[in-house]
Design a protein around this ligand. Structure first.
Ligand code: ZN
Length: 312
């Protein structure tokens, strides 16, 4: 399989990143962040979630955020939806795309949404119907697809079982979430090959966390398998800052930098994206894990006069 010449990067920071924060980021700051992402040419943004405001107060302003965004034809604005109620709200608000998710492992799904895998799948019937009537496409994500903290390795047959249901529901995209950063190159390769064989008509996207430092390595495996869709978060946000083992998504600027060096087109302006990450860092009031935002691209050269000479 040849590496793609072009990929679609989805910025998930406004949802995956901000959801994990203990504090509510003001609506106007969220709108400014997302509009800057649109201005940087990001083709798809997971901008928020239509979850219950009681369950996730950080994203309670989802409708107001959407209303403040600069809608353009080059950026898809996608929102997470947990159930039929959320789907109705998302359709009324006018999102471009709906994302539903469930965990591949029974124990993680029970812990996360208090449903078995089959109960989650049954619940998506209504979401598919509501979105279908509104003419809004749905992407289905499988969380803990590449490893579950309670069950360990996830059998690939479990992934294709869920993916085939998604296909029957008329979903137009499939995402694999490495929610707790357990993916490794052989795990990614095996899952991707299995799904490309089982559901070849569903475009596959990969969502990696950098929990064990090999997020971008896993992207390289995806590229070599021909995958064209990747999620990432500005500054590498995501995961709870107070939970030592939960670290962030792969970082969008670092990912775009790598794609640029591989001559794979993203449509994203890296300088502008680094500017967004620095703004987000300022709003969050702490250092974010992103690395290219600190070091700059490798050929951004420095004046020799600015660098101290080593003595001795
Ligand atoms: Zn994530």
């Amino acid at each position: 399989m040849l590496r793609p010449k072009k990929v679609e990067i989805t910025e998930v920071g406004p949802r995956d990143g901000l959801q994990a924060e203990p504090y509510f980021v003001p609506t106007k700051e969220k709108i400014a962040m997302i509009n800057s992402l649109i201005g940087a040419g990001v083709p798809r943004i997971e901008f928020s979630s239509f979850v219950s405001p009681r369950a996730v107060p950080q994203l309670a302003d989802v409708t107001d955020v959407l209303a403040g965004l600069n809608r353009t034809t080059h950026t898809i604005l996608a929102a997470l939806v947990p159930n039929a109620r959320g789907a109705i709200r998302a359709c009324e608000a006018g999102v471009d795309e709906i994302i539903v998710f469930m965990s591949a492992s029974e124990s993680h799904n029970l812990k996360n949404v208090n449903r078995t895998v089959d109960e989650s799948l049954a619940g998506f019937d209504d979401v598919a119907k509501i979105a279908g009537d509104a003419g809004i496409p749905v992407h289905g994500v499988i969380a803990t697809a590449l490893g579950c903290p309670f069950e360990g390795d996830v059998p690939v047959e479990k992934l294709s079982y869920i993916a085939k249901h998604y296909r029957e529901l008329g979903f137009t995209g499939l995402g694999l979430g490495d929610t707790t950063g357990m993916a490794t190159p052989p795990v990614v390769q095996k899952a991707v090959r299995h799904l490309q064989d089982a559901v070849p008509e569903l475009p596959l996207g990969l969502h990696f966390h950098n929990t064990r430092g090999i997020g971008l390595v896993n992207v390289m495996v995806g590229l070599d398998e021909g995958i064209e869709n990747y999620d990432a978060s500005f500054g590498g946000m995501g995961g709870c800052p107070f939970a030592p083992k939960a670290t962030g998504n792969i970082c969008t600027e670092d990912l775009v930098y790598m794609m640029n060096e591989l001559e794979i087109e993203t449509g994203i302006n890296l300088d502008k994206l680094i500017g967004v990450a620095k703004d987000v860092e300022r709003v969050m009031g702490r250092e974010l894990p992103g690395q290219v935002m600190k070091a700059g691209p490798r050929l951004q050269l420095h004046s020799m006069a600015d660098v101290a000479t080593a003595s001795g």
